[in-house]
Design a protein. Sequence first.
Length: 325
Amino acid sequence: MRLLVTGGAGYIGSVVAALLIEAGHEVVVLDDCSTGHADAIPKQAIFVRGRVHDAAAKVLTPDAGFDGVLHFAAFIAAGESVIRPGKYWENNTIGSLRLLEAAQAAGVGRVVFSSTANVYGDPDEIPIPETAVTRPPNPYAGSKLAVDHALAGYAAGHGLAAVSLRYFNVAGAHTAADGTALGERHDPETHLIPLALRAAAGVQERLSLFGDDYPTRDGTCVRDYIHISDLAAAHLLALEAMQPGTHEVYNLGNGNGFSNREVIEVVEQVTGCSVPVEVAPRRAGDPAELVASSDKAKQELGWVPAKPSLPEIVADAWAFFQRQL
Ligand SMILES: NC(=O)c1ccc[n+]([C@@H]2O[C@H](COP(=O)([O-])OP(=O)(O)OC[C@H]3O[C@@H](n4cnc5c(N)ncnc54)[C@H](O)[C@@H]3O)[C@@H](O)[C@H]2O)c1
């Protein structure tokens, strides 16, 4: 297939772009490198540097022959979105609508979208199925859920084949077939594992642990960690399985919850270094526990995570981190 990957210079988009190329697809990456890194884009991909909002319509022309779009481009810092909501609605939701309009005008039949577990807010049930009530706790999650709803409308109204993949906590690193190492290089970094690795390596003084009085087994938040390689593989399965006129939502997680303190212990075991921790107040909108039910993805897409072990996820992230030093 000929595929447009928006956000292909980012952490997840670059790994999916690499897997798509390895599977024989033709890939065009559209990214403005606002948070991504051009050196993460696979060499075999065509790279268009531009903002989705205006560049999508220039790339997705009717005669360009695209079969599908995988849409990763977004701002991802939930905490910042509380302080700067407009930045998130404008980039994530309006950008996505421009992209959907361009795809529709060009007759592109498939859209795979990066949604998030954050849309469930504080869930009523664990593990969380796709049928759970959505209660986005911040503008970031709201800006993503709005796109999920828009996709349902484009599927119903225009016959689009649409999939929203709701990622839980993505972590680890991936080595592409050509040997390129791809991992998390967010700036600022807000994710626990890379932050704990920095603290373990002494690159930052200590790790802030946001809240230790949650109603969980050790008082810290519980999250579900999914290896980047497993997450990326699900996109290729979704691309094959998706059907015109339908919008499907799939949760992607391991189904195992680890508390923040448990993650820190694994980081200490893997690195052999202690992680200095300072307990900080809870962050607004952080649910106590987010653990996925990914039964739907397993049953309908035949998705089987190959690297569910947290020590393996952390070890891959650590190896990538050390390469950056
Ligand atoms: N990382 C996670 O754990 C996680 C969890 C849930 C959902 N997601 C979703 O996955 C997607 C990718 O996340 P990531 O961790 O790879 O983030 P990232 O910041 O590494 O990648 C995002 C990429 O999109 C680009 N971009 C942003 N806005 C753009 C725009 N308007 N036009 C063109 N390019 C633009 C950035 O330059 C960057 O390369 C996001 O949509 C995010 O919401 C990520």
